[in-house]
Design a protein. Structure first.
Length: 325
């Protein structure tokens, strides 16, 4: 069992690419998630982000080129709202810490679409900004003044100045590893991590100046697909596509991550989330249509629990999948 007392009730949202829906997991007992009835969204949901207040979420639909807002007033029965058109083949989404805006990376059109969330259940898309071909994962800094988006074919990360978050300004890109897919920013905004799928590594980013990141030496991580950084900034989780492994990295020196532990999870993991005061992880296993709960009470000795079946081909480049009431 997970150590400590859980005061709030936790839930997770899992987007299922092939079954065109999301599934809520009740995490009353986080080691044994209970799946609820699926909720239809758009075509080929490629990921989602839950708003910081846990009341709404945004699902990006790569096949229908739009975003489906979800009303989470009843967390066990999300209600899909009217979709909002964005660019072609959206692959990444991030919501600001104050919930006032979101950014969507459009892999097929090489753009980022800002969303005004004054009404989070009826987002308003504003004109996109061009960032170069094949943008994938995206992350917004905790203070909401900058963002990072990775370009898979460009092998780089592109900083965005969000002084006006609805009109991002592109800053000079920074080279990382080959085939970057996702990016995460620490809770204090001082560093970031990028997963490089074809480069089989992660790239630490120094964010003293978040608009001019400094890339540090790549660290081996297999065919890394998605990264999540613990809120306490002591460790990070990385899932590896090829061999179905979960890596735990010690971040005592966040610019030189040190491998703490390796755990075999399911087939082709392409999603990860951390919650419950950094004591719990959830891995999305795309090829075997499951999620794997992980006890992180001791990050150096992660305890894998039995996988839970969800929909067909779960995945998300954004780690904001878990929320509470």
């Amino acid at each position: 069992m997970f150590s400590g007392r859980i005061v709030r009730h936790f839930y997770a949202l899992v987007p299922n690419y092939n079954s065109n829906n999301i599934i809520v997991l009740d995490l009353a007992n986080p080691s044994v998630p209970v799946a609820q009835a699926p909720v239809p969204v758009g075509t080929h949901p490629y990921g989602l982000a839950v708003a910081p207040n846990g009341r709404t979420a945004l699902v990006i639909n790569a096949g229908s080129n739009n975003v489906t807002p979800l009303d989470l007033s009843n967390p066990l029965v999300p209600v899909a709202q009217t979709p909002v058109s964005v660019g072609v083949a959206p692959q990444g989404v991030a919501i600001s810490s104050d919930g006032s805006f979101a950014l969507v990376s459009n892999n097929g059109s090489g753009t980022v679409t800002p969303l005004n969330l004054a009404n989070p259940l009826a987002p308003v898309a504003v004109p996109p900004v061009s960032v170069g071909s094949t943008p994938a994962g995206i992350a917004i800094a905790p203070n909401g003044l900058s963002a990072l988006v990775v370009r898979y074919s460009g092998n780089e990360v592109v900083p965005l100045n969000l002084a006006n978050p609805l009109a991002p300004v592109v800053r000079p890109s920074v080279a990382v590893g080959f085939g970057p897919t996702s990016v995460a920013i620490s809770s204090n905004g001082t560093f970031g991590l990028v997963t490089n799928l074809t480069g089989e590594s992660i790239t630490p980013l120094e964010l003293a100046n978040p608009l001019a990141p400094v890339a540090h030496t790549n660290v081996s991580a297999g065919s890394a697909t998605v990264v999540a950084i613990a809120s306490n900034r002591q460790f990070a989780l990385v899932v590896e596509l090829g061999l179905g492994r979960l890596f735990v990295f010690d971040l005592t020196n966040p610019l030189v991550p040190n491998l703490l532990a390796t755990v075999l999870v399911g087939l082709s993991p392409q999603g990860i989330a951390i919650a419950l005061e950094d004591r719990y992880g959830l891995v999305l296993n795309s090829e075997d249509n499951t999620v794997s709960p992980v006890d992180l009470s001791l990050p150096s000795f992660p305890l894998l629990h039995a996988a839970k079946a969800v929909g067909s081909y779960p995945l998300s480049l954004c780690p904001a999948l878990i929320f509470s009431r």
